[in-house]
Design a protein. Sequence first.
Length: 557
Amino acid sequence: MKFELFLKSSIVKQLESGLIKLTEEGMYSIWVKTTCCALTSDQLRKAADVAEKYGRGYLLFTSRQIVTIPFIRLEDVERARSELEEISLKLDRCGSRVRNINVCWGQKVCPKAVLSPAALAGKLDSFFYDPLPHKIKLGISACSDDCVAGRFLADVHFIARQENGRKGWDAYLGGKLGLNAFRGEQVAELLSEDQAVHLTRNFFELMRAQAKKGDRSADLIRRIGLKRVREELNRNLEQPTEALATMDCTAQPKDEISQFPVLKIRATCGEVSSKQARAIAKLCDKYGRGMIYCGVRGSPEIPGVPREAVKNFERGLEKVGLKLITSPGHNLYACWGSDCTHFLIDTRPLIRRLETRLQKPDLSGLVVKIAGASCSNSCGLAYLSDLGIVAGKEPKVELGLCNGCGLCFQVCQRGAIIIKDGRAVIDYEKCRPCGQCLQVCPSSALVENRKGFLVFAGGQGEGSDPRLGGLLAEFLTEDQAFALVEKCLLMVKRRQTTVSRLVAEIGLEGLRAALSGPGSPQPSRAPKFWTDENYSCENRALGQTTSGKEDTSGRES
């Protein structure tokens, strides 16, 4: 028991210090914190050097808008950390702690920006060091395009808006993905910068007073109600706030460059080799402003390159096997896959196959967001994409082996398992095949029933109306999933539309019917299985309400 407590304590400390255990024995990934989600070219070079010296010569651009360096041995972590600190790079935090702030390009880069996210981010960064023992994600978008998808990705998210000549920050609370996804609810509007900081402080105080172990902001809303949460967050916003230490967004441009395009580099699954990273840094110094922005879909993005220099920039990328994403295209993104201890099935090979397929002439020029997630946490943003692929394992109970211990009930975040007459019973309408119950059963009574890829369509993370994708098919093999996605893409191209518009026009049932044929995979249960949230693409297509459902269970998620 003492060793187990020590081990758990050790893991918690590793998470809090930005260190993640990988599946390979003795290997870890370090999370590198960014300032305003950007790196200087010197910082990118240093990260590349560390990856080559202590890792396996590549780094990952992630949906947290940071870079991670995988495959570092524990004994090398402190040396790697020390070398990163030489160039003012710190490690992000994982686990139940405040995370790096998600921030968009901002006013000096984007002509759509209403206010400067960097100024607000500089103040909110002080909360990063708060010892609150809860996973807290903050986000800031400078316009309603919400390029950082904060309505679903951030517990507290601010979106700049202008109304009748007045500019301010609309505040949203509750965003999260995973097994109990929640779209952030608006809790305040047109706040000043100081009011936004004050509201954030009120939120931290409310979490300290009301949150249970493992709670996120969405759980707080579900348990005590949105009305009370709004009241608590809007308390005394007019009162002066104490001065905060302000982060200097060193990688942000000093002058106006919104007249130049932002070049997005294709980094499938977010992966860039050390050699490629150094080439990007060199090109940024030569043609850009020495700044590399970390896109929410895993692409390095380069602002400030004059139009006449784009071709030279592109030729420089080609020398190291990289290409630009043709505007308005998107990076194909996936999580760490089999390198992550939570993975069920690796989606990266499938995403890379789809990347190759999209380059063929019959699909070239198609604007589509495709993402993969190797477990239900959806770090790869699969639920928020036009087409998302999520790995799943469905359990079943071997009644003769079940002793009714209740461990599966305790671990199920969906409330899909109950203990009845001394045996576990699964409610498949609630179950989302995350596989967690399979890992904890001490008597091997829970066994794998089905395993495969689940394909979703119509999701959208960015924009003014974010929504979850709806289920097209479940428990497919890689080849089946590839064929289904390919058929959908060809249909979208032929109709000269988008996946989201297609779902809005004909609905998920209509899309399933259009994609059906001999041997075509179909969901084996009601579509509501994965779209019971009222902000799903299916319910949005039906014109239903988008306000959050009340849940008084208090179950952790």
